[in-house]
Design a protein around this ligand. Structure first.
Ligand SMILES: Cc1ncc(COP(=O)(O)O)c(C=O)c1O
Length: 389
């Protein structure tokens, strides 16, 4: 073994499925071809001005310059408590039921270290955000995939879990509105997760990265509004997507006080908390005017309609998502996810994500992200119409 070989845990992380596609994109760009990427889900418009302004003020305040505590500033915890009450009708004790996270990704990863031992399992939505499976592996545990069933509105069939999986599972990762499928939580799904978690003593982690990004009047609930949820679970609320703050790394974990206390204990050994100026910017985001978010959602809804209409015109049967920044659609007959993504790149110079990137149940689908300026999205769908129609 060479001194530079990574640990077996790191080696167990599946290879990055986008690598080959990325290489092809780089080749095309080097050859002067104008490639439009609808791959990554990273808001293309700036953070809202009132948040940037609050950050400026917070930076000038020396009380933000020292090590933060992992518990978070009082202002941050109280702002989350008020936001959860008014937005979701959920009472959060600012003393014990909320602390900051350095983005949802950090939080999900560290929850694996806080709760999983070798031999334990995490139940992970498939397709899903890759940390649901990578986190458990890096923590020395395992994950069991929970296939999201198109026929169930992209919820998993919890009845299909084996007795062994249920006995060994300590965590379940769910996420609605969902990346990559764009699905919203089907009626009754959160309730059945609470029931499962109570019966089998599994900690529920609801990854709430997209509740503020919804369309057609749909209002996404918090998992914590489900009766019994606080007894069995936590919710990770990220400001990344709804507030155009992906670069700021601002999120919080809310819900079960004992679980949050264990996560806090782990974090005191791993990181030194979320920059307090970012926490104060987060307060401004949560307490700011609703208009910027409403305008942003109107922009995404317009882009969504452009994409959905164009896909339908070229014969792709696709539903219009009620939330998230993604359109999830089946690949045409005779294609795999990867072969279709390659075809779209070759013919139209447009990058789409193969569904298989998000887990085996994503095979047969592709994902289009709406975080590209309107004129580029229009150009991309025009090209797809022209070359694939
Ligand atoms: C489902 C889901 N969870 C978490 C994240 C990461 O959020 P954060 O920027 O807060 O780490 C993403 C980002 O794409 C996501 O799609």
């Amino acid at each position: 073994m060479a001194s530079t070989d990574p640990s077996s845990r790191l080696q167990a992380i599946p290879p990055y499925m986008f690598a080959e596609l990325e290489r092809k994109v780089a080749d095309k760009r080097a050859a002067g071809i104008d490639v439009i990427s609808l791959g990554i889900g990273d808001p293309d418009t700036p953070t809202y001005p009132h948040i940037v302004e609050a950050m400026r003020d917070a930076l000038a305040d020396p009380s933000t310059h020292q090590y933060p505590s992992n518990r978070g500033r009082t202002e941050f915890r109280e702002a989350f408590s008020r936001f959860y009450a008014s937005r979701f009708g959920v009472a959060i004790d600012p003393e014990t039921e909320v602390i900051p996270a350095i983005g949802a990704k950090e939080c999900i990863y560290n929850l694996c270290f806080a709760f999983l031992d070798p031999g334990d399992l995490a139940l992970a939505s498939d397709p899903g955000y890759p940390v649901y499976t990578g986190g458990p592996l890096l923590a020395g545990a395992e994950s069991v995939l929970l296939p999201l069933e198109p026929g169930l509105g992209f919820a998993p069939d919890l009845g299909k879990l084996s007795a062994d999986a249920l006995a060994r599972a300590r965590l379940i990762f769910i996420n609605y509105p969902n990346n990559p499928t764009g699905a919203v939580a089907p009626d009754g799904f959160f309730e059945s997760v609470v029931e499962l978690a109570l019966e089998h003593e599994i900690l529920v982690v609801h990854d709430n990265a997209y509740s503020e990004t919804t369309y057609d009047g749909y209002v996404a609930p918090s998992f914590l509004a489900t009766p019994g949820a606080r007894e069995v679970g936590v919710e990770v609320f990220s400001l990344s997507k709804g507030f155009n703050m992906t670069g700021w790394r601002c999120a919080a974990i809310l819900g079960n006080a004992d679980a949050i206390s264990s996560y806090w204990r782990l974090k005191t050994n791993v990181d030194s908390g979320l920059f307090e100026a970012v926490q104060l910017a987060g307060v401004a985001a949560l307490e700011g005017p609703p208009e910027p978010l409403e305008e942003m959602n109107a922009v995404y809804q317009r882009r969504r309609d452009l994409v959905v209409d164009a896909l339908r015109e070229i014969g792709v049967e696709v539903g219009a998502p009620k939330g998230t920044i993604y359109v999830w659609a089946p690949v045409p007959e005779g294609h795999t996810s990867t072969s279709f993504a390659e075809l779209v790149l070759e013919e139209a110079a447009v990058v789409i994500s193969p569904g298989s990137m998000y887990g085996p149940s994503g095979e047969g689908f592709f994902r289009i992200s709406l975080t590209t300026p309107d004129e580029r999205i229009s150009e991309a769908v025009e090209r797809m119409r022209e070359h694939l129609g």
